[in-house]
Design a protein around this ligand. Sequence first.
Ligand code: FMN
Length: 393
Amino acid sequence: MSVLDDLLARADARSAQRLHSVRDARRTARRKLPAVVFDYVDGAADDEVTMRRNEDAFGSVAFRPRMASGLVEPRLGVTVLGKEIDFPVLLAPCGLVRLLHADGPAGVARAAASRGTVSVLSTVAGSPVEAVASESKAPLWFQLYSAAGLREADSLCDRAAAAGVDVLMVTVDTPTLGNRERDVRHGVAPPLRVDAHNAVPLGVQVLARPRWAAQLASTGIRLSSRGAGPAGHGSGLLSSVASPFSWDDVAHLRSRWEGRLVVKGVLSGADARQAVGAGADAVVVSNHGGRQLDGAPATLQALPGVVAAVGGDAEVLIDGGIRRGSHVVAALALGARAVLIGRPYLFGLASAGELGVERVLDILRAEMRRTMVLMGCPSVDQLGLDWLDVPRT
Ligand SMILES: Cc1cc2nc3c(=O)[nH]c(=O)nc-3n(C[C@H](O)[C@H](O)[C@H](O)COP(=O)(O)O)c2cc1C
């Protein structure tokens, strides 16, 4: 390890220790990243109404605790698609993860494994699935986008399977890219495209974050006129994520994929049934963190309808707006088997690399444990509607 690497690693260790909540991680990420990169992560579509709805929905949940339970150590482990995980929080697929810290997607996968859970690698994370699988040596799920149609999708699936991935997640809420207005205002839509018009203001932002710039140089990622992407990958990655998958396409992928299949991005019971009909083993109730259709409902609000429609025919996961361990408990009480987080771990990664992701997972786990003890609930298996104070009308 070079002296510079050593210094950077020590700085990350110090930064990680200073994080005490997801909000701290967001604040630190904002300090460490150029504004254009922070806004790429933090922002959402149009007026960001749906993103706010996701978070606000958790504020309307009231628990119904049971006192004097004598409980000290609640059980947090669950089985998701046949895999036992230590607590019910997975890391959602996110594009351009490599841009946030040199530890990149492999660091994220290692952090998840070290905390007994899994991360989902996005097609456009910034590193090929083979590299992440071999660098991290951690279990990995793979999320599929394919702008070029089913032939490209089939080939991406074959590569993921050959790299040892056994769970495929197909995202169905991105037939076109949402209007990420912060990226538009920075002049970099599709995300992080650099041209003659924005090069100077972006250059100033990057110069103000020299440590981040040094790390970026070490990853080989280039900001280019076609969007951000790894050098040598050809086109800018995020200009090509739009994936107009149909339910027939999902059924086609199901017929070829030998492992478990997850459909990400449903918000209604009817669509969840379509996913199950196409062969999904699990669905993720998700509105892409508010980055696609602004005006879509909060995921927590959509969850009960999906759980009721699916019955026991598939597992139901949820993401969007989860910032506290108590939010995980609320989602499970409303019928989710587990949750995924996006921005919280990206903020951890930007704050302190792999250590920052571990720290965010530790924070959520500690908060979740405390919530369960304070509620007197001995195990996540037992969470259900009777642990919530449902408003009477
Ligand atoms: C920066 C960023 C990039 C994302 N990229 C992808 C992606 O490549 N594929 C995908 O299915 N979802 C993507 N998402 C959505 C996440 O998987 C997840 O649904 C969302 O972040 C959950 O909301 P949260 O950020 O409030 O936790 C992205 C989200 C963010 C914040």
